[in-house]
Design a protein around this ligand. Structure first.
Ligand SMILES: [Zn+2]
Length: 326
């Protein structure tokens, strides 16, 4: 059995060889962009470690099926608790205690931490002990799209495995096989080659959010946007991440235009009927705003804080003359 994600074939083969040679490490960091398959790959590693068939991970034995159903006694999946974006120290303590106490299947135990960079400092410290004094047969799979946010002490104890990003053709082919009716090209234009993320989203809804977000950015540039109401609405809404991605794309397009021509060029497509006001948005500001978007994406915080940060970002787009008038 495998993840059934064709672009992960070679990395699966590599993991199978590691298992056959008894080289599955205590700490394994799966590093890959969101929506490219790191999660299913982590499940595959768990099957690989716990399956006792001649060719693990067979996918059909009791162990493999229990891993898949998240019911295997020696397999734990740790993620942020509901309503929280953080993996807390209590969760890690519970995990490490379980790792000490239980070893049903020949002493093999697997835990997946996803996303591992959601561990707060105390949680990371608690995990470090297990990584430093590993019990034989324990495999901790850390999944992260942003491993630089993990403490260096954790990183240095993990073997890093890069999860490949599919090509656009691979992503389109896979998506078409899952759901042939949708226009996946447009979705990937917004999300990048992240097919698992794409499959979770309604393409029509994505288009609506994208157009609405771009229209708001243009309004901001004209000094016509109610910044605080917009920011608060976006921060509390269900599409916060998607809106940030739309802002990110808008900024990147402009930065690319600047790099090619040394100047601002096309107004965004969704607003082609409106003239681009061509305001004082320069490359320094664009790069600063892009940084703000990345920080906002990393921010594990309340809707109120997100709203304030987003308002600050949108405010930077407002022309100076309108700021003075406001
Ligand atoms: Zn099996």
């Amino acid at each position: 059995m495998s993840t059934s994600l064709p672009w992960l074939g070679s990395v699966e083969q590599r993991l199978i060889r590691m298992r056959q040679q008894g080289r599955l490490p205590t700490g394994l960091l799966l590093q890959g962009a969101l929506g490219t398959g790191a999660e299913p790959l982590a499940g595959f590693v768990a099957q690989l470690a716990l399956c006792r068939a001649d060719a693990p991970a067979c996918g059909v034995c009791r162990d493999c099926r229990m891993v898949e159903a998240l019911q295997h006694p020696d397999f734990t999946w740790v993620r942020p608790l509901e309503d929280s974006k953080v993996i807390r120290v209590e969760q890690i303590r519970e995990l490490t205690e379980a790792l000490v106490l239980t070893a049903h299947a020949a002493g093999v135990s697997v835990a997946v931490l996803n996303p591992a960079d959601a561990m707060n400092a105390n949680a990371a410290n608690a995990l470090l002990k297990t990584l430093e004094e590993p019990r034989a047969g324990v495999t901790l799979v850390l999944v992260s799209a942003a491993p630089s946010r993990l403490p260096a002490t954790i990183l240095s104890r993990c073997q890093r495995l890069r999860v490949p990003t599919p090509t656009r053709a691979q992503a389109l082919a896979w998506l078409a096989a899952q759901k042939p009716s949708a226009d996946w090209g447009e979705v990937l234009d917004v999300l990048g080659n992240a097919p698992l993320l794409a499959l979770d989203i309604d393409p029509a809804e994505l288009r609506r959010v994208r157009e609405e977000s771009l229209a708001a950015l243009m309004q901001a540039r004209r000094g016509q946007l109610d910044l605080s109401a917009t920011a608060e609405g976006w921060a509390r809404g269900e599409h916060f991440e998607l809106r940030l991605t739309c802002i990110e794309n808008w900024l990147t397009t402009r930065i690319e235009d600047w790099a090619v021509d040394g100047r601002q060029t096309q107004p965004v497509q969704a607003n082609a009927h409106l003239p681009d006001p061509g305001l004082d948005v320069n490359i320094v500001l664009l790069l600063r705003l892009l940084d703000m978007v990345y920080e906002l994406k990393a921010l594990r915080s309340t809707a109120i804080n997100r709203g304030l940060a987003l308002e600050q970002l949108l405010w930077q787009l407002v022309p100076r003359a309108s700021r003075a008038a406001a």
